[in-house]
Design a protein around this ligand. Structure first.
Ligand code: UD1
Length: 388
């Protein structure tokens, strides 16, 4: 009688790529879940697209991500420069030490660069957060999503609707698996460790008008970094004026991304935000950020991940964009698109001040268990390859 083969017989070599801030929350639960299987050797490659302590190291510390095995240190540059530098740095590593599969997350330049290198070397590719589309090709991330999904062997999606979008683009349905949202795995895993909003406000601004009024009246949380908002001086000025006006009724904590900080200073707009009821801070760590999000009356943002986190937390979110690649946060969650018109933003905040805003529900499979499903699909895929 032949002995049944153990289901997963061989140790797998998996390379995981991260580069920019939103990648770190996505990779943390996946690395934990791979570790739990005890049959994967993981190499974590940081491209170095984000390199400041507040944009990178703080997330490794807080989320318990092991130090990267390699850092390509590509740094800042144009979209093309960053993509090219990641490709040039990664290729020799993959040639010298070839993994069984390369796993990428999200839609940043590091994601598409790694996807291109793996594909040219005929290394299988898994994409976590596949199938999101804004239909806006002026966004660098949209190009990154389209290309990465076309190249991927395994497409792991956050929402059920992604399948039909991908099939319309000619991608075989068998490659696509609806697994849920790893960003929400990280949120649920860390929520009990988050610093309560009032504690963070006290730490950052004790004794100020902002702190006393935010603790008494509640506050709004602001993040903005999309080139379409902050690199356009007229648009940025309009948004800044709207924020100053909103702060008259609702104190605002604005965690300022390095790109935005540079644009505010270059355009001479930072002075307009020097209102007593506005607090400008550096980019915040994860535990402070989710605590603030949970405690905010409204979040004003152009981030992708924050649209999802506010939906999971049931906090109203106003997205300062004309479109979103995450439509489920609108149809089911707490998100509303307000475009970049200052008046639309003012009206939307006014409505939330009155009614409390959208409540929504948590989308299907945003249950904190997406990483386990991802790991099972990756290992099944590799087993099938071995058997073929
Ligand atoms: C990138 C991603 C975006 C993601 C965002 C999160 C792409 C195309 N964009 O945009 O999808 O939402 O990360 O932050 O990949 N800088 C620093 N320190 C850093 C990193 C950046 O000072 O650690 C400054 C540099 O001046 C740089 C600018 O911020 O030029 C923009 O950084 P970059 O990585 O090019 O894009 P992001 O706007 O952060």
């Amino acid at each position: 009688m032949t002995k049944a083969m153990p289901r997963y017989s061989k140790t797998r070599r998996i390379d995981c790529i991260v580069g920019a801030r939103p990648n770190f929350m996505k990779i943390a639960p996946i690395l934990r879940a791979f570790g739990d299987t005890k049959r994967c050797t993981i190499r974590l490659i940081h491209t170095g697209q984000h390199y400041d302590e507040s944009m990178s190291a703080v997330f490794f510390d807080e989320l318990g991500i092991p130090a990267p095995d390699i850092n390509l240190e590509v740094g800042s540059g144009t979209n093309t420069e960053q993509t090219a530098r990641v490709m040039l740095g990664l290729e020799p590593l993959l040639v010298a030490d070839r993994p069984d599969i390369l796993l990428v997350v999200g839609d940043v330049n590091s994601t598409v660069a790694a996807a291109l290198v793996a594909t040219k070397l005929l290394i299988p590719l898994a994409h976590v957060e596949a199938g999101l589309r804004s239909r806006d090709r002026t966004m660098p991330e949209e190009i990154n999503r389209l290309v990465t999904d076309q190249l991927s062997d395994l497409l792991l999606t956050t929402e059920r609707e992604s399948l039909s979008r991908l099939v319309r683009e000619g991608i075989a349905a068998e490659r696509v698996h609806f697994v849920g949202n790893v960003m929400i795995d990280t949120l649920y895993h860390n929520l009990s460790r988050a610093r309560p909003a009032n504690d963070t406000i006290a730490l950052l601004a004790n004794g100020t008008t902002f702190a006393s009024q935010a603790m008494r009246d509640g506050f709004g949380l602001v993040t903005l970094h999309r080139p379409s908002n902050v690199d356009d001086s007229a648009k940025l000025a309009g948004i800044v004026n709207a924020l100053a006006e909103i702060s008259i009724n609702l104190p605002l904590l604005f965690a300022v991304h390095p790109r935005t900080r540079a644009r505010l200073v270059a355009d001479g707009l930072d002075g307009k935000l020097a209102e007593p009821r506005i607090l400008l801070t550096s980019p915040l760590g994860y535990l402070d950020m989710i605590g603030l999000m949970k405690g905010a009356r409204v979040v004003i943002t152009d981030s992708g991940g924050i649209q999802e986190e506010t939906t999971a937390l049931g906090v109203p979110c106003l997205t300062v964009r004309d479109n979103t690649e995450r439509p489920i946060t609108i149809s089911e969650g707490t998100n509303t698109l307000v475009g970049s018109s200052p008046n639309a933003l003012l009206t939307a905040v006014g409505e939330i001040n009155g009614s409390g805003g959208k409540r929504g529900r948590v989308p299907e499979l945003w249950d904190g268990k997406a990483a386990g499903r991802i790991v099972r699909h990756v290992l099944d895929f590799l087993d099938q390859q071995l058997a073929a």
